[in-house]
Design a protein around this ligand. Structure first.
Ligand code: PEP
Ligand code: MN
Length: 264
């Protein structure tokens, strides 16, 4: 079902007035994690003012270590939904377990499956039983074939609204956190009809590389970008402050992107 052979036309996912997968770029911006109501409200205001369409933020965080901040949970979903509604933005948040799919879908417009859960088949199966759009991130050691098979689980369950997200893979390079695989963008669009979103924040792990890799992703044909932005990245509650843009950088990026492709 994920294959272009089966479905020659591009899939366009329509959420309210935003169409993902067509000629227009969708930009998702926001913090790695929802921290407080004030934090997400202020960032939502800045994301909207910059011209983006979707507010990102994790309420449940898949941390490498068990003692790291794990997210604020359901309260964070409520804070983000309020901020999205107030500022006229769609919202995307990560869901990590099948049990939390329904509550996350109640509060968010798009559900994210993180890189660590790309092959959490129970989660994928559960996401196939609803119609909420899913942004499926590529596993950091997964091939395109494994990635598309993961998407297949959701599609086969009856949910056609799947976006693929290239977020970088693990290579021998340690200067960057991951290696953003730019070729994945046109390759996945050749193999599949699903929209392809690029995540240069996790794909590089370095703030100064985010802007050029956003532009490169658009040049490679990405249907959208997901970008971390924080008002106080040095004090963010996850380690992802180092890859988060400052609000001014995010706003400038949006101006530059508009010259490359029409925005949603
Ligand atoms: C995130 O989007 O903050 C995140 C945890 O992403 P990934 O699953 O790509 O590491
Ligand atoms: Mn993050």
């Amino acid at each position: 079902l994920a294959s272009r052979d089966f479905h020659p036309d591009d899939t366009i996912i329509k959420i309210k007035d935003v169409e993902i997968g067509g000629e227009q770029l969708v930009i998702m911006g926001g913090p790695c994690a929802v921290e407080t109501a004030e934090q997400i409200d202020e960032i939502a205001r800045l994301v909207k003012a910059a011209g983006a369409q979707v507010l990102r933020g994790g309420a449940f965080k898949p941390r490498t270590g068990p003692y790291s901040f794990q997210g604020v949970g359901v309260e964070g979903l409520v804070m983000m939904a309020d901020a999205g509604r107030k500022h006229g933005l769609l919202t995307i948040t990560e869901v990590m377990t099948p049990e939390y799919v329904d509550v996350c879908a109640e509060y968010a417009d798009i559900l994210q499956v993180g890189t660590r859960n790309m092959q959490n088949f129970d989660l994928l199966r559960k996401l196939g039983t609803i119609k909420t759009p899913v942004l499926l991130k590529r596993g950091f050691s997964s091939t395109y074939d494994e990635f598309l098979n993961a998407a297949e689980y959701i599609l086969a369950g009856g949910n056609p609204n799947v976006m693929l997200c290239e977020r970088g893979i693990r290579t021998f390079e340690s200067y960057t956190r991951n290696t953003l695989d730019l070729a994945a963008i046109p390759a996945l669009q050749t193999l599949s009809h699903l929209p392809v979103i690029s995540d240069p924040s996790h794909g590089t792990g370095r703030r100064e590389l985010v802007e050029p890799m956003c532009k490169a992703s658009v040049a490679a044909g990405a249907n959208g970008l997901i970008v971390e932005m924080h008002t106080d990245p040095d004090n963010s509650m996850t380690g992802d402050g180092v890859q988060s843009l400052f609000p001014e950088q995010f706003a400038k990026l949006m101006v530059d992107l508009e010259k490359l492709a029409p925005l949603c």
